[in-house]
Design a protein around this ligand. Structure first.
Ligand SMILES: Nc1ncnc2c1ncn2[C@@H]1O[C@H](COP(=O)(O)OP(=O)(O)OP(=O)(O)O)[C@@H](O)[C@H]1O
Length: 308
């Protein structure tokens, strides 16, 4: 089996209810080893719930959640010892310095003394380690939270919306940290966000969830392919409605978006050429014709838009 096909975190047909309210519907998440897996969806989609089930913080139906190929329920302690997590904001002692915050946890967990300096370095907080946590910016607090999660040197990091509320510099720092952890430390990172733009530059894989259902899962390249599928052409003419009437077979699925503008799905260049010929033959002026491809963000928004 190749490295990329080994799954470090996996749910199969995971369904979950809070009381009588169904929250997750048969979610089959597959997080490959060495990936940065962006788990995306709007607020309330079920991201945190899924991550909590993966971390054993919410009860999981037996046999449906695996970490490192092992059943979470049966091997709970063994597998969770290999996972580091930051869920919501980190709990910090504000009066203690960054270094002291780490030391408290390191001693409690009986980890080697060298780990504190190592994780401070990794998250870029060495120079600020002597300052009380209360003086830290939100971005620094999040990075200290990640340092805490990294103390036992876990193979898998699970981060729930770590960029929430960060300013652009904080987002850039976080992006660089994630890349460093994956590339230099070989970590696998599962990170949730409601904004594609915050993670599209670092994610290798994405899962898109809406209303508790996984709508898309694959590599970022797969999402880009889906984007290519949604390309369409825009025709500027004099009377869009008249063109549609003249060529019902060719323009039946076109949308008239302005008196002289038609939008229709792009199929092949040959079909575009044929359409242009037919419009001209029918005596319709063609002012402009363009092929438009939605951005990755538009593809994501289209996926997550609530359908009526
Ligand atoms: N303890 C709870 N009891 C009942 N319902 C809950 C509980 N926690 C979350 N929910 C509901 O479960 C659904 C999914 O919430 P979840 O927090 O997993 O979404 P999310 O995608 O992480 O969104 P957000 O970014 O807003 O946290 C929401 O409708 C939420 O109201």
């Amino acid at each position: 089996m190749s490295t990329s096909s080994i799954l470090l975190a996996e749910t199969q047909q995971l369904s979950f209810r809070f009381g009588a309210t169904p929250i997750l519907h048969e979610v089959s998440l597959a997080v490959p080893a060495a990936s940065i897996y962006g788990f995306l969806g709007p607020n309330g989609a079920g991201k945190s719930t899924t991550l909590r089930v993966l971390l054993g913080l919410l009860p999981a139906p037996a046999g449906t959640v695996r970490l490192f190929g092992q059943d979470l329920v049966r091997q709970r302690e063994a597998v969770l010892s290999r996972v580091g997590a930051l869920i919501e904001n980190p709990s910090l002692y504000d009066h203690l310095t960054g270094r002291e915050n780490l030391e408290v946890t390191r001693r409690l967990r009986r980890l080697p003394a060298a780990r504190t300096a190592a994780v401070l370095e990794l998250v870029g907080l060495t120079a600020d380690a002597h300052r009380p946590a209360r003086q830290y910016s939100l971005g620094m607090r999040q990075r200290l939270g990640i340092a805490l999660a990294l103390l036992p040197d876990p193979e898998l990091l699970i981060l729930d919306e770590p960029t929430n509320g960060l300013d652009p510099n904080g987002i850039i720092d976080m992006r660089e940290l994630l890349l460093r952890l994956q590339r230099e430390q070989g970590k696998t990172i599962l990170i949730s966000s409601h904004l594609l733009s915050e993670i599209e530059r670092v994610a290798t894989h994405v899962g898109v969830i809406r209303e508790g259902k996984l709508l898309f899962q694959g590599s970022l390249a797969d999402l880009q392919l889906r984007q290519a599928d949604q390309a369409h052409i825009v025709i500027e003419t004099q009377d869009a409605a008249a063109c549609r009437q003249l060529l019902p077979a060719e323009l039946g699925e076109a949308r008239v978006t302005a008196p002289g503008t038609l939008h229709l799905p792009f199929r092949t260049p040959e079909r575009v050429a044929a359409l242009v010929q037919q419009l001209v033959a029918a005596g319709q002026p063609l002012y402009q014709i363009a092929c438009r491809q939605p951005s990755l963000e538009e593809t994501f928004l289209h996926l997550t838009a609530t359908r009526s």
